[in-house]
Design a protein around this ligand. Structure first.
Ligand code: ARG
Length: 269
């Protein structure tokens, strides 16, 4: 079967999901959205439940139909496949401070700059930073700087589809997924996986719980030893959503922590 990771999936601001382009970021800019032939492209967190207001205050919804997390008060960490390259960019709106995207209390801020992972080409390195026009008055999410906590149970959250082919969600959904080691994930995905760049999670045997289309760019996180949330992953890809034998694949944040820190510095963060 064709590698799903070679497809960039994008949700429009209106919430309709479309398949944007093929793997090379440079080739995707401006490409016309086309319907997804696999029918696998629509999703929210699958198998989850509603998050409480204020439960994950670092969560951000991005107007291109992705998720993100506040790395600093004015820099959002998201997925490289959610953006169209690096440079000045005022076209993205970040919505924060609410679980209900229609809540009148939602705070919306525009982007000023995008920094896509250097060398991103659709395989691994799926991270990007978005600089905001002004700081958001919300807590940030610390990122994992080593592999120590790249194990155990992880929390996922997002406004993406709640099943393959499902609609984007108005309310933030959350779920818990267990770590899946590289060997097991390679069993599912073979060479499509870039083990050093990616960390997998999901209920491999049963399926049923996963991120899905529209959750991309959002964080996968767990508690650290001090009981603080720590980001270990960025929603990246998977074959379908929540299928048995097909775990979700996330950018391995610890691998990129130094690069992310440096990039944030370049954005004045
Ligand atoms: N690429 C998707 C997006 O842009 C995320 C897919 C995650 N899939 C999964 N099975 N965990 O929203």
């Amino acid at each position: 079967m064709r590698s799903y990771r070679k497809l960039l999936r994008r949700t429009t601001a209106a919430g309709a999901i479309a398949l944007a382009a093929f793997s090379l970021q440079s080739g995707s800019a401006g490409a016309a959205p086309a319907p997804d032939p696999t029918g696998s492209v629509h999703t929210k967190v699958v198998g989850g439940s509603k998050a409480a207001q204020g439960e994950f205050p670092f969560m951000v919804r991005l107007s291109m139909g992705c998720g993100g997390a506040l790395y600093t008060k004015d820099i959002v960490l998201t997925a490289a496949h959610c953006v169209d390259g690096s440079g000045p960019n005022t076209s993205i709106t970040a919505t924060a401070g609410v679980v209900d995207l229609q809540d009148a209390a939602a705070v919306k801020v525009n982007s000023t700059q995008v920094l896509q992972a250097p060398g991103y080409n659709g395989k691994g390195k799926d991270w990007a930073l978005i600089k905001l026009a002004k700081p958001l008055d919300q807590p940030t999410l610390k990122i994992a700087e080593d592999t120590k906590l790249n194990n155990g149970d992880f929390t996922i959250a997002g406004w993406g589809a709640d099943k393959e082919g499902g609609d984007q969600q108005r309310y933030l959904l959350k779920a818990t997924v267990p770590f899946v080691d590289d060997a097991a994930c390679q069993k599912a995905y073979g060479d499509q996986l870039t083990p050093g760049d990616e960390i997998c999670a999901g209920k491999v045997d049963a399926g049923g719980v996963d991120t899905c289309q529209g959750d991309s760019g959002g964080p996968m996180f767990r508690k650290d030893d001090a009981g603080q949330w720590l980001q270990v992953g960025i929603v990246s890809w998977g074959e379908g959503c929540a299928r048995p034998g097909k775990p979700g694949v996330y950018s391995e944040v610890s691998t990129f922590a130094a690069n992310i820190k440096k990039a944030a510095g370049e954005l004045g963060g």
